[in-house]
Design a protein around this ligand. Structure first.
Ligand SMILES: Cc1cc2nc3c(=O)[nH]c(=O)nc-3n(C[C@H](O)[C@H](O)[C@H](O)COP(=O)(O)OP(=O)(O)OC[C@H]3O[C@@H](n4cnc5c(N)ncnc54)[C@H](O)[C@@H]3O)c2cc1C
Ligand SMILES: Cc1cnn(-c2ccc(OCc3ccccc3)c(C(=O)O)c2)c1-c1ccc(Cl)c(F)c1
Length: 463
């Protein structure tokens, strides 16, 4: 159903989910001129009180920034975030090693998740052709007849009859589940044995208690912890650890959490505080991490899913939101390409985006395995130094994997292809570098004990 500019306002689009991607997508659709209704199951987060020390932050990089630029929010969000120009690796001895992320001006931004979501919702509300409906949970859909059912705050049923439904309702998406009832949707999900728990490094005398413009990483093989800075001079730490370890610490209680930190993250204890470590473990629960893949992302010209609803990934690349925001860019490009003809744009978007989203899900899982299996601070640094040397040696031919993902918009599946090619070159180079001296030394030794050993090499000149 291609539409000309004049009658787009009669095209009704429903966005399911008012999280980061849903709010972003609503703005993209409103900018096209559609009539947009966004339905969010929870309350309007802008009405909730702020609880200090409970800030959750996210790493925003180029892919997410481009979507923010397209909706006119990049400067505001990046300006309100904290740039992280380098990684700061914390060794168990307390030794710290900094390594810049890349060239000058290449940084990732630590942004407050709630502030980002609130800003996107407020921006969406400015559009006269967007209506936000909170406390509306999508419970059922009859996509073939274009009817979506919600329950509102007091449990009564609400109905919507959109021309297009866009599911941005997260990893446990109801939209995806409803699609699977009517279309041939392949689906897989994988929970990893690790959980995560957030802790807070409060400000010290009103200032940051640790180095500010860094992504702090404590790599400890099976355990990993990161800390990202917040605007209020605190840091939000995320501890990644197998649930079995969380359960052991919880079962032991008392000083067990502090003893655990004393063994693995001793330098973090004075930053977080022993009491806060104890209460965080007593009051909090480790949360699960799931990887979700599915295909296709659409059902006919009726519904498409974006963000975690389509591809939830483990957070070991800091790309989930960035990828979801990039979904909004790419989907918009396909609506441009097919002049809002949903019957063409939806399948074409799904076919184009699926391999990329699957690639970043795989890369995030690869990082989880890599960073867990024997990546302690020494090995972490060694790997990064090798990357840095190779990108210095072959600047146009070698871009570190992390840089391709984080500081470029090279399609994710192309990143993997290029990484594999680079790896082959590096492995060949290392082979010659390490084996050539051995071959030469062997030949010289042979020559010394059997001078005529290479006589067959001499060209006799006889024809
Ligand atoms: C520990 C951790 C760290 C992370 N760090 C980063 C990072 O550094 N950088 C990064 O880019 N990403 C990061 N991510 C990933 C990022 O949080 C997600 O990719 C992103 O939030 C996905 O946004 P979304 O809008 O697709 O889904 P969600 O954020 O899950 O939002 C879905 C929304 O839909 C609503 N909803 C659900 N069901 C219904 C329904 N039936 N009807 C109506 N509404 C519904 C929900 O209430 C919610 O508001 C991290 C994730 C985790 C777990
Ligand atoms: C939130 C966010 C934003 N980016 N990254 C990130 C991810 C991976 C990285 O290296 C991969 C690697 C290092 C060493 C060996 C193999 C692979 C680097 C890096 O190079 O600094 C940075 C994270 C993050 C998220 C979770 C954990 Cl647990 C974590 F440590 C960092």
């Amino acid at each position: 159903m291609g539409s000309t500019a004049m009658d787009l306002s009669s095209v009704k689009v429903v966005v399911i989910g008012g999280g980061l991607v849903g709010a972003m997508e609503a703005i993209f659709m409103a900018k096209r001129g559609f009539q947009v209704d966004l339905y969010e199951s929870r309350e309007d987060i802008r009405t909730l009180e702020h609880v200090s020390g409970r800030s959750i932050n996210l790493a925003l990089s180029i892919r997410g920034r481009e979507a923010l630029r397209l909706v006119g929010l990049e400067d505001q969000i990046v300006g309100g975030g904290i740039p992280m120009h380098a990684r700061l690796i914390h060794g168990v001895s307390g030794r710290k090693s900094a390594q810049p992320y890349g060239k000058e001006g290449q940084f990732i931004s630590s942004v407050d998740r709630r502030l980002l979501n609130e800003t996107l919702l407020t921006e969406a509300e400015k559009y006269p052709n967007i209506r936000l409906h909170f406390y509306h949970k999508m419970v059922q859909a009859d996509f073939d007849n274009g009817v979506i059912f919600f329950t509102d705050k007091d449990g009564s049923k609400v109905k919507a009859c959109p021309d297009l439904t866009i599911g941005c309702d997260g990893a446990y998406s109801t939209t995806r589940r409803q699609m699977m009832r009517c279309g041939r949707i392949d689906f897989s999900q994988e929970y990893i044995p690790h959980g995560y728990m957030e802790l807070c490094i409060p400000p010290k005398e009103g200032k940051f208690a640790a180095e500010t413009n860094y992504l702090h990483i404590w790599p400890r093989d099976e355990f990993m912890m990161i800390a990202l800075p917040n605007q209020d001079c605190s840091f939000t730490c995320t501890l990644f650890m197998p649930f079995v370890n969380f359960d052991e610490i919880e079962a032991a209680g008392g000083q067990a959490p502090v003893d655990f930190f004393r063994k693995y993250f001793p330098d973090a204890i004075p930053l977080i505080g022993e009491k806060a470590i104890r209460t965080t473990f007593e009051e909090g629960r480790a949360l699960p991490m799931v990887s979700v893949k599915c295909s296709p992302y659409n059902y006919k010209d009726k519904v498409v899913i974006l963000g975690d609803a389509a591809h939830a990934m483990v957070p070991f690349y800091g790309q989930g939101m960035n990828c979801g925001f990039e979904d909004c860019i790419v989907f918009n490009q396909f609506l441009d390409k097919f002049n809002n003809d949903f019957a063409k744009a939806l399948p074409a978007y799904s076919e184009h985006r699926n391999p990329d989203a699957k690639a970043i899900c795989d890369l995030a899982m690869y990082n989880y395995v890599e960073m867990r299996s024997l990546v302690n601070s020494r090995w972490f640094l060694f790997r990064k130094r090798v990357d840095k040397f190779l990108s210095w040696l072959m600047p146009s031919r070698y871009i570190p994997l992390y840089s391709m993902v984080t500081f470029s918009r090279i399609r994710y599946h192309t990143v993997i292809q290029r990484w594999k090619k680079q790896d082959m070159i590096v492995n060949k180079g290392l082979f010659y570098l390490l084996c050539l001296p051995v071959i030469i030394a062997g030949a010289l030794t042979l020559k010394r004990f059997k001078p005529d050993v290479f006589s067959w090499l001499k060209f006799s000149g006889k024809t």
